[in-house]
Each structure stands twice: as C-alpha cells, then as structure tokens.
Design a protein around this ligand. Sequence first.
Ligand code: ZN
Ligand code: ZN
Length: 264
Amino acid sequence: MTAKTTFKILGSGAGPGAPSFFCNCRGCLEAQDNPSLSRTRSGAVISTEHSTILIDTPPDLRVQLIREKITDIDKIFLTHWHYDHFGGIGELEYYVKLKRKEALPLYLPPSAVEQFHQAFPDLEEVFEVIPWEVGKVYSVGPLSITPLAANHGIETAGFLVQSPDIKLAYFPDTAGLPPETAQKVEKVEWLICDATFHGDNWFPMSHMSVEEAIELGRLVKAQYTVLTHLSVHYSQPITVKELQGIASRHSGVMIAYDGMTLPL
Ligand SMILES: [Zn+2]
Ligand SMILES: [Zn+2]
C-alpha cells in the first residue's frame, strides 16, 4: 500500500488514562513530568487516500483529533459499549452539523444499539446507527475491516484490518481470544492488544496483563505484538522505561504510545 494508508493509535491508555488526576504513582508522575509519555484512552484511526475510519470514540477524542490534525471522518466502528471506548461520541455532533452535513455511519455492537438510543437521544440525527456483524467483511477502499469476537464480559469485537499486503488485528479489550478469533488472526503482521495490567490481573476474564499479552502474540504467531490499553498503575505501577525494558526482552514486542503509526 502507499504510505498514505496507515493505522494510528490515538490513545494507548486504559480506563483511568495516565496520568490519572487522582493518582501519584510512579507511572502517573512520570507522565505528569513528561506529557509525551501520557496515555489518553484507547482508540485508533485508519487513514487511506480517500477515507478516515475511527475505531472507538474515547472520552479524549477531541484532543486526539486535534493533536493528529484529523479534519474529516467517514465511518466509525466501536469495539464495545464501555465508557472509555464510547464516551467521546458527542464530540462529533458539531463536526456533523457544521461541516459534514449528513449522518455519520456508526457501526456498533448489536447489543449496544438500544443503549446508544437511551444514552444519546439528542444524537439520533448525527449518526446512522448500524449494528456490526461478527465475521462480516466491511470493505473500505483498498482495505477490509472484519469484526471478530473478543473476551470482555459484554459483547465486544476486535477488528481485523487487511490491506493487499498487511494484516493487522486490533483488540484493545480482551482476555485472550476465542479459538475461532485466534485462528483468524494467526500470523498477522501486527497484533495490537490489551495489556491493561502489570503484575496481578484483577480482571482475568476481561483483560490481559503485559505478560499474558506477550504470550498471546506468541501463540497466534504475530510478527509484531504491540501492547496497548496500558493502565500503568493498577495492581503494580510501572514506568514507560520499565515497560520498554520488558518489551526488549522479547523479539517483536513493542509498547504502544499515543500517536504511534503503523503501515498498512
Ligand atoms: Zn472495556
Ligand atoms: Zn477499555
């Protein structure tokens, strides 16, 4: 693909973000001292020559779009209906009303359609709400995007993004992968996955630790495993430098950061 086709991580943090306003652990202090190490909530953007596709609308969406100079959006795919992934959806209201002037397609989990309508009755005109189907291939120009089931307690997808040259799997919230999903993402060039916890995994049914995420990458034979949705301060605080130390002991493992851009 041309260099114009990219997958960019808009946010690489877990629910509380880093730094968190209520926390003064080593990880949060590091991010406070050096804002380039901070982590906004998890989301991504796929850019091709002709279209821009958002994956998730985290509460930090407005600052993420401004930071990355994204001025138009053509479609949105939501992984799941948790606040850290949908909370910024209202930020798109004025973009649609003042600039786009037609409803923005919003693909979301079938079980979240009702919740969307209940939570945002004022945004009915802003979005064209479309429930995604697991396993269905959505074509966007030269790319295909396929929702695949994740393990996260509520109905959740990750997305397999394929260009003619590269396969990339994005699973920001998942505890391992269901077998049929693992099979579909086997040998991807890029696995970008949940590594919420360092130390104890408080929610082993819905998230992974750094160590579990590295193991998942090995299991599905990903060429590169990019750890994201990093909390840095749940069970055991960790700094970026320490995370990079862990990654460097495994071949093909990288630590995501806000603005990280991968080729497609
Ligand atoms: Zn979640
Ligand atoms: Zn999350």
